[in-house]
Every structure is written in structure tokens, then in C-alpha cells.
Design a protein around this ligand. Structure first.
Ligand SMILES: [Zn+2]
Length: 199
């Protein structure tokens, strides 16, 4: 099967205010909406969009499935003239500024029941994804925590400076993902009214 749209990952969000600032809703037309991250602002995900008649059509591939649907765009007047743009959530039709991609669909926060815990696990997932990307690049052959120290080797032909930069970034992501893991655990305990026994 030929891929026509880019593959997107969960935990992305669309903000009508940002899109308005980038003139997506001016006059209509289509393009790609991209997400960047890291200090070098590397593009890590993108979707195709087409705006016409107050509808924003989104097209993307998620988990090897193609998606294409239209999100209604509405406006409210601003105090100082001009207008503000909003989305109508494709699921509940509530007027919102932000839609979140979870389970392959862009819905509002309420529809996805996004709470602190899922936000943390979002962060955890994307941190881990970044970490694994670097490991692949460096061709490190491990996946489990206890093998960690044995396989940190510089690939042949890679510059020392590049290698050091990647290792530094990797270690930073590793630290972060450990923090998110702990935060997840605490959020879970709190939700269930439990207290860790060492507290
Ligand atoms: Zn909704």
C-alpha cells in the first residue's frame, strides 16, 4: 500500500490560535501542518490540511490507517476588532481552541478524558520514542535497563562531537523518562487513593 500521508504519532495537538496566526484560515487552501521538536527544531510529524467554507479537512496516517475528516471552524468577535478562531470538536461539537490526537483521532480534551496521568504518559511515550531513535542511530543493541552500561559504543566513522552530543541528549531523555515514570506512578496512586508505603 502506498502511503500518501505522513505517519503521525499520538500526543500531538492542534491549536486554532496558532493556526490562525499562521494564516491557515485566511482565504482557504491547503498545505502541511508540521510539529517540530528539539533544539534544532527537527520536524517529527506532519499532517495535510485543506481549509474551505469554515471546514478544516485533516488527512494523515496513524498506525498504518489513513484518516480524512473535516473539523468545523467557527469564529467569535474579539474585543478589539478582528475575530478569534475555534474548532468544533469532531466528536462532541463543543467549541474548543485545542484538539488532541489520541487513539488516531483529533478530539477535545474532554472527549479524550485527558487528565494529568495521560498527559504524563504522553510525555513518557514521546520521551521514550526520542530515546529509542537515538539508540537506533547509534546502533546500541540493548533495550533493557540492566544491559545499559555494556553497549554504549561509538559507531565506526561517527565524529566524536556528534557521538557525544547524541549521548548527552540520550541521557537527558533517559533521565526525563524516569521522572515521568515516577510521576505516572504517583498520579496512579493518587487517583486510587493509595499512598506508597515509604511515604
Ligand atoms: Zn469533544
Amino acid at each position: 500500500m502506498q502511503k500518501t500521508h505522513s505517519q503521525v504519532e499520538d500526543c500531538l495537538s492542534l491549536d486554532s490560535r496558532t493556526m490562525a496566526r499562521y494564516k491557515v484560515f485566511n482565504g482557504g487552501g491547503g498545505g502541511s501542518w508540521v510539529w517540530r521538536k528539539g533544539s534544532n527544531q527537527e520536524v517529527f510529524s506532519s499532517i495535510s490540511y485543506l481549509y474551505s467554507n469554515n471546514g478544516l479537512m485533516l488527512q494523515y496516517t496513524c498506525n498504518d490507517q489513513q484518516y480524512s475528516y473535516t473539523v468545523d471552524v467557527v469564529t467569535t468577535p474579539c474585543n478589539y476588532g478582528g475575530k478569534r478562531y475555534w474548532f468544533n470538536c469532531p466528536k462532541c461539537s463543543k467549541r474548543v481552541a485545542k484538539l488532541y490526537l489520541r487513539n488516531s483521532m483529533f478530539f477535545c480534551r474532554t472527549c479524550h478524558k485527558l487528565n494529568y496521568m495521560t498527559q504524563q504518559s504522553c510525555k513518557l511515550e514521546s520521551t521514550r520514542a526520542g530515546m529509542y531513535k537515538i539508540r537506533n542511530k547509534l546502533n546500541w543493541q540493548y533495550d533493557t535497563a540492566f544491559m545499559k552500561s555494556w553497549h554504549k559504543l561509538k559507531p565506526k566513522g561517527m565524529h566524536h562531537s556528534t557521538y557525544n552530543r547524541l549521548v548527552q541528549r540520550h541521557d537527558e531523555l533517559e533521565r526525563k523518562s524516569e521522572q515521568y515514570c515516577i510521576a505516572n506512578f504517583h498520579a496512579f496512586m493518587n487517583r486510587h487513593g493509595l499512598k506508597p508505603s515509604w511515604e
